[in-house]
Write a protein that binds this ligand. Structure first.
Ligand SMILES: [Mg+2]
Length: 389
């Protein structure tokens, strides 16, 4: 069996986000489906998927590990992370999907079989980072709880002067003044009040703050009893994270901006966090996510897949979550499900805030090509519509 082609679909059902799906074709008629959607780097990824074709086409799709290593080492001078690990992720997910289809089994069966009946989700309500509509946030939270979701995350920190808008001005490490910390606490108190004392809540700081601000914020939010405080500082410095760790009792989480097992090694070995959140479409695919989860298990650290944005990556995270013993929950944006449902078939079986397996082979879903055509954009359109263009 040989790989004969890589096809890319850029789909934009939301003005601010393009989903990048990948199909890996074979000479026996079967294709595997992958995804490497990113926020602003998608044009580079689409070009990269074109560039890696000579390394992938002609190889045996059953040799998933060999192809992973081939791509990683071919680009070792670019460090194999970020851009490269995203490309690897798309191909790796597609090869696991293909393998499952060849054998007629879900991917979780290839990973040792299920360790749970379904995968619990957590979802989001509005961030104060983007909007100070506190009443809107509270009603979103009540609605999500009524729909069966049992855990919610938000970024409660308001815009600071240094930051500007989320996309165009986030060039500086931000400092939280006392008023901003008080506003964040007020946001979280309102959320806690809305969902009750037994509900699971998380805070995402999106890597925005300096160490002193992050320590102050985590201490102020301690009474909320968070499951975790996520990415308090930017991810480049383990020392910064260590200093926060030594000055707070609030559990910490990081990982969506860590790629490959090598980025995770120090984080896990020094137990700098209580949860890690690799993104299957960014960290190196199903193969690498599985390795990172096992490394975390050694340190009794739970793993929680970062929401990989699109439905194919969500399906890959689901397959992994079914077979991962040290899982916390899978992240999702439940308000996007309606848009996702038009692009893949069948859509996820979501009940009581969990995704239930459908037993289908591979990822368990296919692209809905009519839905894809309705929202397809080309590379030039994509470039023109990006926030930085
Ligand atoms: Mg995050």
């Amino acid at each position: 069996m040989k790989i004969t082609g890589i096809r890319t679909h850029i789909v934009m059902p939301i003005d601010t986000l393009a989903w990048v799906f990948v199909e890996v074709d074979t000479d026996e008629g079967l294709s595997g489906l992958g995804e490497c959607t990113e926020y602003i780097g998608n044009p580079h990824l689409v070009r990269g998927l074109e560039a890696i074709k000579p390394l992938v086409i002609g190889t045996d799709p059953r040799h998933i590990e060999e192809i992973w290593q081939r791509l990683f080492h071919a680009y070792s001078s670019l460090n194999g992370r970020g851009y490269i690990s995203h490309l690897i992720s798309a191909i790796d997910i597609a090869l696991w999907d293909l393998r499952g289809k060849m054998l007629g089994v879900p991917i979780y069966d290839l990973l040792g079989g299920p360790v749970r009946d379904s995968v619990p989700l957590y979802t989001h309500v509005r961030d104060q980072w983007h909007s100070d509509d506190l009443n809107g946030m509270v009603s979103q939270a009540k609605q999500a709880k009524e729909q069966g979701y049992q855990a919610i995350k938000t970024d409660p920190f308001p815009q600071t002067q240094a930051a500007g808008s989320a996309f165009k001005g986030a060039h500086q490490v931000e400092r939280l003044d006392p008023k901003s910390v008080a506003q964040a606490l007020h946001w979280m108190e309102a959320l806690r009040e809305a969902v009750g004392p037994d509900y699971e809540l998380m805070v995402d700081a999106h890597g925005r703050f300096d160490v002193a601000s992050a320590i102050k914020a985590s201490q102020a939010l301690a009474p909320i009893d968070l499951v975790w405080f996520e990415e308090p500082t930017h991810v480049e410095s383990d020392n910064a994270l260590r200093q926060i760790r030594e000055n707070t009792d609030v559990p910490l989480c990081a990982g969506e901006r860590h790629f490959t097992r090598w980025d995770y090694w120090q984080l896990l070995n020094d137990r700098l966090v209580d949860y890690v959140m690799p993104d299957v479409a960014w960290c190196g695919g199903i193969s690498e996510w599985r390795r990172i989860a096992t490394m975390a298990e050694v340190q009794y650290i739970r793993v929680s897949p970062h929401d990989a944005l699109g439905p194919v990556a969500l399906a890959a995270s689901f397959q992994l979550s079914m077979a991962t013993p040290n899982l916390y929950r899978e992240e999702c944006l439940h308000t996007w499900f309606t848009r996702m449902a038009g692009l893949v078939t069948p859509f996820f079986d979501i009940r009581d805030g969990s995704i239930h397996p459908n037993g289908r082979p591979g990822l368990g879903l296919e692209l809905n090509l009519d839905g894809i055509e309705d929202h397809r954009v080309n590379l030039e359109d994509l470039q023109a519509r990006l926030p930085y263009s």
